[in-house]
Design a protein around this ligand. Structure first.
Ligand code: ATP
Ligand code: MG
Length: 421
């Protein structure tokens, strides 16, 4: 019996990993343009952290967490809570009143695996802590948009405001009254949610619940003056930066900690998995976790979904990892000097490869093609005696004689610039 990976946990194979690297590099580059600094937080946290931040009556906490009950620890289902925990624990606000942080890594949720939905998945996560100004919301959203644009991914941006502890309770009452009128048509989960967490009903994916949610009261009609002003300033600031968006009055997001601005980057190219990235403001969260009363806003993008969209766009052509120089050592005598020269090239920053098997030139040329070699240095036993080798340019098929005179270090010093040119 072969052992297989756990359902919903996937390998990222080398060809695909190149695309992952490209996405992560582009994300780091853009995050750094916006002054974000990297933070790396543990994969596991005390379960309580997620219960208190994401919220007890959310899908994530109720059914999606991987929790080791005897130890009360949980594999992180998202990064925001962990970053806030680290921020508080390390007193990061003392060093710098506004912290701009990002992290990239795996998250774990026990969901039904399907295209674009896994149990281990990866997020690009960005957070700005300590700033309340609506321009910051726009800046963060613009950063997400810039990333998707530079990756060549088409998404639409939807935004909403979820209000604050002042305007949410009256809205909640209005919503509960409406939902109670439609109890019979709601799914069992939503019947329960009507009392435990009514906003979640607006996020239910079942079509019958969606139909009811469509005519539900919107939080936008219940915003207090402060939240309403904040939201209109966010819209203005987005326009100022040239970011297009639509308002989705019913977007609630699946995590309880959000306040005011929420947003989603959506695609129609991944079937049921519509969101490529999402985020929002969480002004009460840090205090709720025992930290200072500081506001925050962040987003997370799903790397798997970005990869799928980029692969669809590239029509299945994958990236290749190139080798600058493949050294074909012909005959056992050639192995030692060739391995030394390979090492000398690597010391000089060249991607060099060789084969110790002593196989025929034909077999080694095949191997050179497999590793996408730009040049092949052919070193035969006879050539070796004459301190010469043949350097073949694989693009032009032109050959030149390369002198093996001098020490391996001198050879490397002469060959490296030729390979780089
Ligand atoms: P969804 O509605 O698709 O379940 P979500 O609201 O639960 O998404 P968030 O918690 O906001 O997602 O996470 C941000 C992003 O992380 C999502 O937009 C998505 O791209 C990605 N993501 C979330 N859950 C998964 C998963 N199980 N597999 C792959 N990607 C995921
Ligand atoms: Mg989800």
């Amino acid at each position: 019996m072969k052992i297989q990976a756990i359902n919903g946990f996937k390998d990222i194979l080398p060809d695909s990993a190149l695309l992952w690297q490209q996405i992560e590099q582009r994300a780091r580059d853009i995050f750094q343009r916006f002054g974000m600094r990297e933070i790396r937080v543990p994969i596991m946290e005390k379960t309580d952290l997620f219960v208190r931040s994401i919220g007890e009556a959310t899908d994530v906490v109720e059914k999606e967490m991987y929790t080791f009950t005897e130890k009360s620890i949980t594999m992180r289902p998202e990064a925001t809570a962990s970053i806030m925990r680290a921020f508080i624990e390390n007193g990061m606000h003392v060093q710098q009143p506004v912290q701009r942080l990002f992290t990239i890594g795996p998250m774990f949720r026990h969901e039904r695996p399907q295209k674009g939905r896994q149990r281990q998945f990866h997020q690009l996560d960005a957070e700005i802590i300590g700033a309340q100004e609506p321009q910051v919301d726009a800046e963060l959203i613009a950063m997400g948009q810039m990333l998707l644009d530079e990756l060549g991914i088409n998404t639409s941006l939807e935004i909403n405001s979820l209000g604050c502890p002042a305007c949410r309770p009256p809205f909640r009452t209005k919503l509960v009254n409406y939902l109670e009128l439609h109890q019979d048509a709601l799914c069992d989960d939503c019947k329960r949610r009507t009392t435990t967490n009514p906003l979640r009903v607006l996020d239910c994916k079942k079509s019958t619940c969606k139909a009811i949610a469509k005519d539900a009261p919107s939080i936008l009609d219940s915003l207090c003056e402060n939240c309403s002003d904040h939201f209109s300033l966010v819209r203005q600031a987005l326009q100022d930066l040239g970011i297009s968006f639509t308002i989705n009055r019913f977007m609630v997001r699946g995590l309880d900690y959000y306040t005011q601005t929420t947003f989603e980057f959506l695609t129609s190219d991944l079937g049921a998995q519509a969101a490529v990235g999402a985020g929002g403001r969480y002004d009460g969260l840090i205090e709720q976790l025992g930290g200072p009363a500081l506001p925050g806003i962040g987003f997370a993008m799903g790397i798997e979904r970005i990869v799928l969209l980029m692969e669809q766009k590239n029509n299945g052509t994958s990236l290749t990892q190139n080798t600058d120089c493949f050294i074909a050592a012909l005959g056992q005598e050639a192995n030692k000097p060739c391995s030394q020269l390979t090492h000398q090239l690597r010391l000089r920053g060249i991607n060099a490869a060789m084969d110790y098997s002593g196989r025929s030139l034909k077999a080694q040329m095949k191997q050179a093609n497999r590793v996408h070699a730009r040049f092949v240095l052919i070193v035969g036993e006879n050539e070796l005696k004459q301190e010469e080798a043949v350097l073949r340019d694989m693009k032009t098929q032109k050959q030149q004689v390369f002198s093996l005179a001098g020490s391996v270090s001198e050879q490397g010093e002469r060959l490296a610039p030729v390979l780089r040119a």
